[in-house]
Ligand binder design. Structure first.
Ligand SMILES: [Ca+2]
Length: 597
């Protein structure tokens, strides 16, 4: 089978790479990127994020300074220190019992790929394909933090734009809105542009939402992980003051360590715990830039955060109807390295979308063929898909709050929003009619109309375990003349759930994050006979994940402790368990850079 061949190709590529000496002890604390550089250049200084026990951060900072290691910044909430540390000191700090991890302060890149010129799908077609042609919801009253390259102050955001700067360690100061790269403005236009500049032709998904731009990427679309963490920290701190309900992260870096220790992932999890709905791009690493083969396990950080709504891309082929939609090759497939999480959670239109840009921005200046007039341009990528989902979430929150009398009743939690998005999603098929696997499409393609319909039917104050629909819903949506059934699948971590659990106020829906498997699976209370842990999970005819799928992390060695059985090769037990998540082949910095502007 083609898919198996692709998987084997990926496995073979991984096997060719020396895995280094990731043994026991202190080296467990060093992420893959730092370890790899330490191996190739033992004495070279490295820009890292050191995580410490909270009580010891000051002492570690003092020690770094005393040894001449420049401390560039620190964060109290996450107990991190950003520093240029001498290569020769890294092992010493890893051996310090109060240091919990040493992580690359990795370069962050936006998830946009060359979209090609020619005719893009006008945003009006985007709204049509999402079923939003006649919706009255605008996202009014909802705030979306766009952590990106900034957002240009233009008419399409008039009266709704707030701007804070975190670039290169900036402290979150309020400055004049700007976007030297152009990416953040494009994403913001998709999620919340009014289309005023184009007489409504290129209107975003939630044209009434507030846009809180937190700048972390420079004029070349690059930035540091530590700045993104600081921006997330700011959003949590100012959630109420600035009315931040959603965080949009159309950016990321390769996964270098398990989610549980990745500081960027942990920042996302903290935001989710605070009740903010975090939407993150899956990444554009779905295709090997050298071989051209589509492959799995390309999801980037923080798309590997369990609580995040991780978004892959859909190419709508420029039409509103769904039956001709495809997942483009570049869209990162799951699972996630180290943990084996089932991602993306959902896919959404992101290919050749027209949206706002500043004519002074790098993307606009360097890509004349992608310009649409003087104030818009066409871009593609999971970045764009993420913006589309964030805008949809704003509409869902507004619709639900209007129906329930918020704040008398609580707002939808991050878990509930993800479950609604997944339940209402539309399963996608290939040209032969075969359903795409869930590592490619997640629960399916975004169905904004369906998600709004379900969201506004839910009584968030219903007692746990009780039905919570205030009115009946029909699990189908008509788009461009096609009546499409909702997928009714909900994916959580390594598991896939189905049935009508969404119609009842499950305990999980009332929470912001899932605490491991215990709450979800421990007492069999959530899914009745559909408890899947320990059972075989059958995905269509394509994949069987047996009871052995338990993520086992052994330092920097993996991961998939056990067997993944694919299609007709079920009996052959393709084992990933012995492989190290050395994604330097799959996601080398060179390959990475060639896939973005
Ligand atoms: Ca289409």
């Amino acid at each position: 089978m083609k898919r198996v061949a692709q998987l084997l190709a990926l496995v073979a590529a991984v096997l060719l790479v020396p895995t280094g000496s990731f043994g026991q002890g202190a080296s467990h604390k060093i992420d893959h990127a730092v370890a790899a550089k330490l191996q190739s250049s033992p004495t070279a200084p490295q820009r890292v994020i050191i995580t410490t026990l909270p009580a010891s951060r000051a002492a570690i900072k003092q020690s770094l300074n005393a040894r001449g290691n420049t401390v560039l910044g620190e964060n109290a909430r996450f107990s991190t220190l950003t520093t240029n540390v001498a290569g020769g000191d890294i092992s010493m700090y890893a051996g310090n019992a109060t240091v919990t991890g040493i992580h690359a302060d990795a370069k962050i890149l936006s998830h946009t790929v060359p979209g090609g010129g020619g005719s893009g799908s006008a945003v009006s077609a985007l709204r049509d394909t999402l079923g939003l042609s006649s919706t009255t919801f605008t996202g009014a009253g909802i705030g979306i933090a766009v952590i990106d390259s900034g957002v240009k102050s233009i008419n399409d955001f008039a009266g709704r734009l707030y701007f804070y700067d975190f670039l290169n360690g900036a402290p979150g100061n309020l400055i004049t809105a700007a976007d030297d790269y152009g990416h953040g403005t494009h994403v913001a236009g998709l999620l919340g542009g009014s289309g005023a500049t184009s007489n409504g032709q290129y209107k975003g998904v939630a044209p009434g939402a507030r846009v809180v731009a937190l700048r972390v990427l420079d004029a070349n679309g690059q930035g540091y992980t530590s700045d993104v963490i600081n921006a997330i920290n700011f959003a949590i701190t100012n959630k109420t003051a600035l009315g931040i309900d959603i965080i949009n992260l159309s950016l990321g870096h390769p996964i270098f360590e398990p989610a549980a220790s990745d500081p960027l992932v942990q920042a996302v999890e903290a935001a989710s715990r605070a009740g903010i709905i975090v939407v993150a791009a899956a990444g554009n690493v779905g295709v090997n830039s050298t071989t051209g083969e589509v492959g799995y396990a390309g999801v980037t950080s923080p798309g590997n955060a369990r609580s995040a709504i991780t978004v892959g891309a859909v190419n709508t082929n420029g039409t509103a109807r769904r039956s001709d939609d495809v997942v483009p090759n570049y869209s990162s497939r799951g699972p996630t390295w180290y943990d084996g999480f089932l991602k993306p959670d959902i896919v959404a239109p992101g290919h050749k979308l027209v949206s706002d840009v500043s004519r002074n921005a790098t993307l606009y200046k360097n890509n004349s063929t992608l310009r649409v007039g003087t104030d818009y341009m066409t871009l593609s990528g999971t970045s764009m898909s993420t913006g589309v989902v964030s805008g949809t979430v704003a509409l869902m929150l507004q619709a639900n709050r209007a129906a329930t009398g918020y704040p008398l009743r609580p707002s939808l939690t991050p878990n509930a929003v993800k479950a609604i998005l997944q339940f209402t999603a539309i399963r996608m098929h290939d040209a032969s009619g075969a359903e795409l696997d869930s590592l490619t499409q997640g629960a399916g393609a975004l169905n904004a109309a369906g998600a709004i319909e379900l969201a506004k039917s839910i009584d968030t104050s219903a007692a746990p375990g009780a039905p919570w629909l205030m009115s009946g819903v029909t699990p189908s949506t008509t788009i461009a003349g096609e009546n499409i059934l909702w997928g009714e699948n909900i994916l959580w971590g390594e598991n896939i759930l189905w049935g009508e659990s969404i119609y009842t106020h499950q305990i999980a829906w009332g929470m912001n994050v899932l605490w491991g498997e215990n709450i979800m699976w421990g007492e069999n209370i959530l899914w009745g006979e559909n408890v899947l842990w320990g059972e075989n999970i059958l995905w269509g005819e394509n994949i069987v994940w047996g009871e052995d799928l338990i993520g086992i992390t052994d330092g920097l060695n993996i991961l998939w402790g056990e067997n993944i059985l694919w299609g007709e090769l079920r009996a052959s037990n393709i084992v990933w368990g012995e492989l190290t998540a050395n994604n330097s082949v799959w996601v080398t910095s060179t390959a990475w850079l060639t896939t973005v502007f």
